[in-house]
Design a protein around this ligand. Structure first.
Ligand code: GLN
Length: 190
């Protein structure tokens, strides 16, 4: 087991730390640039509000270092807002000025299920992870299009909700909110 850095500027990061701790993984939190000096070999980008997280990553001076490390092949687990931070492209209607990491070859649409469907639960197969994986969606984005480099791992109602590109594993849903450990296990095996 190694050490996973969890982006902890905003959003649902504690649940990821708990899920990883249950698997014996050590976690450190990234709250400011100095935290990047801690040794870590993996990264979790949690759910939350991607515009807030992107601005903070930029203002706190963490964006470039994390982008470089992801491009060098550091494994990343990105959930919900994290998927938006990783996406190279946002849907036409979205705000494109907010800084993002843009390392994952996908087009993402934010808040894609509408207000009334803001939160829902599904179960489905995730390639490389298993069948009947619980999926909790909270004002979730979805992947409109996966580019050449990105492999589609799961769809719900014909919409792409999980992709992998190299060591980047990105999900529209929140695996840290369900007791099933398989997504975090797959992340630690990357
Ligand atoms: N709607 C949020 C956003 O656009 C994502 C929601 C989430 O992470 N649960 O950033």
């Amino acid at each position: 087991m190694g050490t996973t850095a969890v982006l902890a500027v905003q959003g649902a990061f504690i649940e990821h730390e708990q899920a990883l701790a249950r698997l014996g993984e050590k976690c450190v939190e990234l709250r400011q640039a100095a935290d990047l000096e801690q040794g870590f070999d993996r990264l979790v980008l949690p759910g939350g509000e991607s515009t807030v997280q992107g601005k903070l990553l930029d203002e706190l001076g963490m964006l470039e270092t994390l982008r470089e490390r992801i491009l060098e092949g550091m494994p990343v687990l990105a959930t919900c807002a994290g998927l938006i931070l990783l996406a190279k492209r946002l849907d036409a209607h979205d705000d494109k000025r907010t800084p993002r990491l843009t390392t994952l070859d996908v087009t993402v649409q934010r808040n894609a299920y509408g207000r009334q469907l803001g939160s829902f639960h599904a179960r489905g197969a995730v390639a490389g992870v298993g069948d009947d994986v619980p999926m909790t969606f909270i004002r979730a984005p979805y992947v409109v299009e996966a580019g050449e480099g990105a492999e589609v791992l799961a769809e719900v109602d014909g919409r792409i909700v999980a992709v992998r590109q190299g060591a980047q594993l990105a999900l529209a849903f929140h695996p840290e909110l369900d007791p099933d450990p398989r997504i975090h296990e797959a992340f630690l095996a990357l």
